[in-house]
Unconditional design. Structure first.
Length: 147
């Protein structure tokens, strides 16, 4: 199981929306700036998330993106599956007939358990959880008193 930049950056963009969920739409430019992403890449990510029903786009001068559901209802697993798909880490989990050694393979179960454990971890974390973790970290940082 590999987490690509699509998933990492898509999660960051959604975190930005979760942090500002009650403030109305955020522009693509603002999301990209705050999360240090190129606008072009952010647009690609948001297009995928919009097509999957994770975000809504709002047109107009005050437009931008909003979460389609409450941040507590969107898991990191959902983001992962939108960005990466649901293919297993090895082909034999999807179709054991792909492997000529299926009768003697002792690792297939390990790869399956690994995938299941990873998906359970991702499914146990919501955007609201990430937003709360972010806010706690921000509050714990020492104040910068540079003059």
């Amino acid at each position: 199981m590999r987490i690509t930049t699509k998933t990492r950056y898509g999660t960051r963009a959604l975190l930005e929306l979760a942090l500002h969920q009650d403030e109305g739409p955020l522009s693509l430019a603002e999301i990209a700036r705050r999360q240090e992403l190129s606008e072009k890449y952010a647009e690609s990510l948001m297009g995928r998330l919009r097509a999957a029903g994770v975000v809504h786009s709002v047109r107009g001068a005050q437009g931008g993106y909003l979460l389609a559901r409450d941040a507590a209802a969107i898991t990191v697993r959902e983001v992962y599956e939108v960005m990466e798909g649901v293919a297993p880490p090895v082909a034999c989990l999807e179709d054991p007939g792909n492997c000529s050694r299926v009768d003697q393979c002792v690792t297939q179960e390990v790869w399956g358990r690994m995938q299941q454990a990873a998906l359970e971890v991702l499914g146990g974390v919501t955007l609201a959880d990430l937003a709360e973790r972010y806010r706690r970290r921000l509050a714990a940082r020492p104040a910068d008193f540079a003059i």
